[in-house]
Design a protein around this ligand. Sequence first.
Ligand SMILES: [Zn+2]
Length: 305
Amino acid sequence: MNPKSLEARNCDDTPFEGMHIDHFEHLNNLKNRSPCPRCGKSRMYFCYTCYVPVSKLADRIPICKLPIKVDIIKHKREIDGKSTAAHAAVLAPQDVNVYIYPEVPNYNLDKTVLLYPGADARTVQELFTGQKNTVTYKEHLLAELPHGYNVGTLRTKIVDIDNNFNIYHTDKFPIDRVVLIDSTWNQSRGIYADERLQQIPKVVLQNRVSQFWRHQKGSPRWYLSTVEALHQLLLELHLCAWGRSVHYRSQLSFQYPIHSFDDHPQCNPYTGQYDNLLYFFKFMYEKLHTLYKHEDMLSYKRPMS
Ligand SMILES: [Zn+2]
């Protein structure tokens, strides 16, 4: 087995550092399952088939408002309780829909992307420029990000969003919908081969390590769980559009007074707007890490490539 790279070790030390994720101590007080308010099945925190929290947690979990719509296509054999698709659907109920394959909605191909790596996939920056390989993030942007985000730290070609110039100061994203395939590493190719999904333009994320605890045979360490991938995509979109620091904001409002940030309150630098998508993910990660040692968990021994 490959020795773990330095990046992986660093990321593993503080995987959520700097993220804005609400407190979840009250989840630990739930000792018993209770019936789902919709289907009545016995659930612990939320129902992974109805995508609602149990009654005791109603109004006690964060709700995320997302800037684009999200469709998750689930493999029918993907085990509900093990998938993180439900995390996204419970935490962002207005914006996330889950479909069970072979159900696939019809899409407007101009504004929709499928999150899937591949030779013809564009990066998030390329969505903004419409061109191939024009932009990379610069290291100072990466340096500004707290450790938990680790955008692009594993790509050989790092990345260059130069000061304000490659931040696209727009009040709209280039896409309004993303489609994700929720399946194991081995199942994903089968769904991907469906021509209704093949025809959607693809987008690929910067590589980052997954903190998902579920071991999947053969999957590399950068194969993200669904909710991690969604969070990462939104983070990259937001960084491309509006950057990270208030420094950018003052430069932008000087350069583009029309795009006044007061008129477009959503056009703010990234300050954790979507981090609560990882609310249950972080809770479960920490719970498991009280039971097992990180070094002993198979999932974190996966090779990077
Ligand atoms: Zn239910």
